[in-house]
Ligand binder design. Structure first.
Ligand SMILES: *Cc1c(COP(=O)(O)O)cnc(C)c1O
Length: 392
């Protein structure tokens, strides 16, 4: 089945006995009982599939989990209360039976960096950062640090770099490390990391998966080897999603492939327009043939689906000029998120990379003239017009 069909059908119409609801209801019950206590006993013992308590399993969540598993071509999924709950659960799952060491991409989502150094390091988990786009450096870091987990994002933020995921998986596996991929920026429409050798995939479902700016959620998708550990860990510390958010995420997911096609196509047009604009010094876009990782992108992503994030540097601009540009925008929303149906603009120096020192930002290539766009599904003419009027 193609991803468009799976997005609409997977997970739905499963369990109800005779009259089957066309879509999955929101089960708000915290607990469930059976006609026979013997049956409930077997469910508690996990000898039989079923529901007893919503921290373990919930029918609305189970439907969403089945849908995400189908899209990512995984073995099983855990729906979590946020993207960060998902990242933490995935990393802890990877490390359960392995050395408590991590090799991580040096360009990661800000809260993920905080998780590594402010939460996990004090607990004794050591992390070494590496340029994930330099395969030699990744190889050396794995050899020297002997990690239990390699952690990367498919597309980095905000400079949109893309590492060679399949080759990184091939280095991690023989070294005994599980590859954990944050696939939030790419979505399973562009790449399915478990098929390329990753052990666990995470998403902030808040972004493209739910897609409408009305959910905070996350998912961990697992291969067969990690699934039992993932569920055991979740039962013990309870990072699970609520059924309302599960419902909204599932509703959003049905149009994910359509939204991604439109958003990626719009992003190509936005990147081309910005590249031609005299007020723009440089564009960072995964669909650009001159992108530093263009060969990897062409190899791993489907043609035309290069992602819908576009970053650009305003010519001769600093904070004041960027603020003036953002304030002139009429339709594009200045919001601290991405992946929604509406186009959004973000200033990394003020928001996502605020905690990073100016010197470190400079080293990372995140200057004060850098602006990040998450391109939405609006008519392309209206997006371009808004950008044009605000840039001039
Ligand atoms: C937003 C985001 C997260 C965190 O997700 P929340 O849902 O905000 O907890 C993690 N990774 C990436 C790449 C993100 O964009």
């Amino acid at each position: 089945m193609k991803i468009h069909t799976k997005a609409v059908h997977a997970g739905d119409r499963k369990k109800a006995p005779r009259q089957v609801p066309v879509t999955t209801p929101i089960y708000t019950a915290s607990s469930f009982f059976c006609e026979s206590l013997e049956d409930l006993d077997r469910i508690f013992a996990r000898e039989e599939d079923g529901f007893c308590y919503s921290r373990y399993d919930n029918p609305t969540n189970a439907a969403l989990e089945e849908l995400v598993t189908a899209l990512e071509e995984g073995h099983g999924t855990l729906a979590c209360s946020s993207g960060m709950a998902a990242v933490q659960t995935a990393v802890l799952t990877a490390l359960t039976d392995r050395p408590k060491r991590i090799v991580a991409a040096d360009a990661l989502y800000g809260a993920t960096i905080s998780l590594l150094f402010k939460v996990l390091e004090p607990l004794g988990v050591e992390t070494r950062l590496v340029d994930i786009c330099n395969l030699d450096a990744v190889d050396k870091a794995i050899g020297a640090h002997k990690p239990g987990c390699v952690l990367m994002e498919t597309v980095s933020n905000p400079l949109l770099r893309v590492g060679e995921m399949d080759r990184i998986a091939a280095l991690a596996r023989p070294a005994g490390a599980a590859l954990v991929v944050d696939n939030t920026f790419a979505t399973p429409c562009l790449i399915r990391p478990l098929q390329l050798g990753a052990g666990l995939v995470v998403h902030s479902a808040t972004k493209y998966l739910a897609g409408h700016g009305d959910v905070l959620g996350g998912v961990v998708v697992s291969d067969k080897d990690h699934y039992e550990t993932l569920r055991t860990l979740s039962r013990a510390y309870g990072p699970v999603l609520g059924p309302f958010e599960s419902y909204l995420t599932m509703r959003g997911l049905k149009t994910l492939p359509l939204r991604m096609e439109r958003q990626c196509a719009n992003a190509c047009r936005v990147a081309a327009r910005l590249a031609d604009h005299p007020g723009v010094a440089r564009v960072h876009f995964t669909g650009d043939p001159g992108h530093p990782d263009a060969a990897t992108i062409r190899r791993l992503f489907p043609e035309g689906l290069y992602g819908a994030m576009v970053s650009f540097e305003m010519r001769d601009a600093g904070r004041a000029e960027v603020f003036a540009f953002m304030e002139r925008l009429k339709m594009i929303v200045p919001a601290t998120s991405l992946g929604d149906v509406h186009t959004m603009v973000l200033y990394p120096s003020m928001s996502s990379h605020r905690e990073v020192s100016p010197k470190q930002r400079e080293r990372m290539g995140i200057r004060d003239n850098l602006v990040r766009l998450s391109v939405g599904i609006e008519a392309i003419e209206d997006i371009l017009e808004d950008l044009d009027q605000a840039l001039s």
